[in-house]
Write a new protein. Structure first.
Length: 219
């Protein structure tokens, strides 16, 4: 199984698009790249009770504690409840109450879209950058506006390819389903199964001005 896993007893392996550590690191890396490695950042999340969002935020805070990110300061975390209008209002609030803000990180497709619109409407393009997890079809315009330098999400082409490659090897008896097993996934390299026979494929895939139009036609 891949992406959304099925019950452990019904599969040989679960291939996750990524994992919490890789997701947290990627978002901080993108924010740091956008603002030159220094400045104030804020997080616009979904709901305060969203388990995956809270885990990702926790991982982002761990990354920010590392010496190489010492010049980046997290000044606020707000919640838009994955509603477009509330996410937009929360983003506007961040921009107006934090005049030195350099970036908004939104680990939610609704939030990143709303925050990007807020930056444009507040005439802060080039001063405040938005990044996080988004869909190319929704974010292409924001990349072109300059509100977003880069964002990330899984690459469905890579995930489908890797799952098919692994499935073929299982059918042919070349792959073994057990913790610690190394599974070949073609051009994506190799993955290692954990104690639950799960594996993470890769860090979230980065989208920017060079590839967003191509992927916007796909999803």
């Amino acid at each position: 199984s891949f992406d959304s896993g099925i019950a452990k007893d019904g599969r040989l392996m679960q291939l996750n698009p990524s994992n919490a550590q890789l997701i947290g690191l990627k978002q901080i890396q993108m924010a740091s790249d956008a603002i030159g490695g220094a400045g104030e950042v804020a997080i616009l999340s979904a709901t305060a009770q969203a388990t995956n969002q809270n885990i990702w935020i926790g991982e982002m805070k761990k990354v920010l504690a590392k010496p190489e990110y010492a010049k980046i300061k997290l000044v606020a975390t707000v919640y838009g409840d994955d509603q477009s209008d509330k996410s937009y209002r929360e983003a506007i609030g961040l921009l107006r109450s934090n005049p030195n803000l350099k970036a908004i990180i939104a680990p939610t497709t609704v939030g990143i879209n709303a925050a990007s619109k807020a930056v444009v409407d507040e005439h802060l393009v080039g001063k405040v950058f938005v990044t996080g997890l988004g869909l190319p079809s929704e974010m292409a315009g924001h990349v072109k506006s300059g509100a977003v330098k880069s964002f990330a999400i899984w690459n469905p082409i890579d995930l489908g390819y890797a799952a098919t490659y692994a499935a073929y090897d299982f059918v042919k008896g070349k792959a073994v389903s057990k913790p610690g097993a190394s599974i070949a996934v073609g051009r994506m390299g190799k993955i290692t199964l954990d104690v639950n026979n799960e594996a993470a494929l890769a860090p979230p895939f980065t989208y920017d001005k060079d590839n967003v139009d191509k992927f916007a036609k796909i999803f």
